[in-house]
Design a binder for this molecule. Sequence first.
Ligand SMILES: [Zn+2]
Ligand SMILES: [Zn+2]
Length: 384
Amino acid sequence: MKHKYHADRKPNDHPVYIHRNSNHPPNIIRSLPASISRRISAISHDEEIFKKAAPAYEEALKSSNYTEGLSYIAHQPTKNNRNRRRNIIWFNPPFSSNVATNIGGAFLKLINKHFPKTSKLHKIFNRNTVKVSYSCMPNIASIIKGHNKRIAATHTSKEEEACNCRKKDTCPLNGNCQASNIIYKAEVKTTDNCKTYIGLTEPPFKLRYGNHKMSLNHEKHQNATELSKHIWQLKKNNQPFTINWSIASRAKAYSNESKRCNLCLTEKLIIINADKRTLLNKRPELISKCRHENKFYINNSSPTTKHRQENHTHLRSEHRRKAKNPNNRTDAKENTPTAEHRTKSYKPTNRTDAKENTPAEQYTNNRIIPGNPDEDPIYSWSIT
Ligand SMILES: [Zn+2]
Ligand SMILES: [Zn+2]
């Protein structure tokens, strides 16, 4: 077998394929034998070696109720004349054989109907750029696993503290400030109107609240969020206001298993459904990319980066501004009151920012808990 490569399997490794009658998109089942043929041919040096390897895989196919055998596909030099890659928009509806409607077909018909050749947007949305590929529903194993995980999770969260405010009546979220994986709503009421801001947080709300508080109290962070822009506008006009925080919804953030971020999706849904006249969020937020999957990448997994990310990325515009100017990043961080606070040992009464506040700021401060346990780095690492 010298200089000849072949399909290698460990002695106790037996291939298993999805059953012909399983609940999978038909094209996956249909193309399975051919794709196995292709794969085994590609890793076999020649047809003779392929024929030696094939029976084990044919056996596995047979036990999954396939009648097709495997056939050798001669190696062909790959030719790729196309240099430019199309930007393809994928639509990945979940597939279930219980659904009678041809979802993919109906979807593509809609593309044809609403973006005909005469349409301005036909160049972006046509059958070459928009494609459908079914995704699979979770299998029984992952349903059971998810169910068990959910039960175990509610068990521990009951033991966890819902609020760690020293004075419970000043809790920003009515005794739920430790809630995580939530979409929150801030209602800013003035004498003549009420504006809403929608935000989300994966770590406990209080961490996010600390950052919001900073942007509402320090003028140099006034452009951090749409909420702080609005508040600073009110402050400049000397308009009294109250901010009322509440939980709009709960959803799970991106996980490695689900590969979906329901937290981001739910936030977008709430923003879409909200009343546009009173909503502070801007439309571009709807196309922002999920940032919760970042921590699953190996190069982002150290606690330092994670902590920085959580503190940076939520302040969206600020983050964007800094990204343009990466050299500024560390210096800017050093100067923030938060960083200054962090370098000192944590003292509950240590409020450096309370003194030089304007009347309007004091008004907001009345709703704020003294001390910043959420800004203690060790504390936040343990929960993010
Ligand atoms: Zn609280
Ligand atoms: Zn997300």
